[in-house]
Design a protein around this ligand. Sequence first.
Ligand SMILES: Nc1ncnc2c1ncn2[C@@H]1O[C@H](COP(=O)(O)OP(=O)(O)OP(=O)(O)O)[C@@H](O)[C@H]1O
Ligand SMILES: Cc1cn([C@H]2C[C@H](O)[C@@H](COP(=O)(O)O)O2)c(=O)[nH]c1=O
Length: 212
Amino acid sequence: MQGLFITFEGPEGAGKTTIIQKLASDLEKLGVKVLLTREPGGIQISEKIRHVILDPNNTEMDARTEALLYAAARRQHLVEKVVPALNEGTIVLCDRFIDSSLAYQGYARGLGIEEVFSINQFAIQTLMPDKTLYFDIEPELGFERIGNNEGREVNRLDLENLDFHYKVREGYHILLEKFPERMITIDASKQMEQVYTQTKEIVEKLIGRLHL
Ligand SMILES: Nc1ncnc2c1ncn2[C@@H]1O[C@H](COP(=O)(O)OP(=O)(O)OP(=O)(O)O)[C@@H](O)[C@H]1O
Ligand SMILES: Cc1cn([C@H]2C[C@H](O)[C@@H](COP(=O)(O)O)O2)c(=O)[nH]c1=O
């Protein structure tokens, strides 16, 4: 049986990573076969590309180079990790995917959502997520949360100004209108427990449908 490909998106500090780590662990306890992974990264080659893209010292990186590197990391991660897991019937929970490229590089960087979608089509062929949970948050609140998390490394994208991060959020809102069937919004400004409960309910329903 084919698994389910669920992606988690949102601006910086929305809480995606925290929530999906707990979700993966709780689903595993219920006996669900789960793969928790992330973009850019998830496998050795893509983690190396991540390091290049997110290194705060790489201040000269061209926007198209950035978009192509994300797409390259995505391609390798899909082929090496995501597709084999889906073919084994695994529930794949992925921290960011193509919508990050559309919101960050396509909209906020100004390369164009359609243009960035088109280079990503080369990378992903036809493999889009079954569902995408979008964690919506005001950038200021996201950064306030990040500021409280001392262990988190500061990456090159974090260093963009607040206007850029507002554009990222606006970009996601455009994507919600473009992909209403696939994308669901979660109000990530709420308390962690509430955000978690809502996320878990949605994911359990999706898994339930798969096993009908
Ligand atoms: N609902 C919440 N309320 C308050 N704090 C939260 C909430 N969710 C997560 N946090 C805290 O906010 C910080 C950022 O969370 P997390 O790293 O999960 O966000 P993220 O969406 O993965 O961010 P990024 O994409 O920028 O890495 C963490 O310190 C986490 O404990
Ligand atoms: C996949 C992807 C990511 N980004 C940006 C978004 C974040 O600023 C970083 C990833 O860091 P995180 O702590 O793991 O969230 O990269 C992007 O701009 N485009 C993409 O396709």
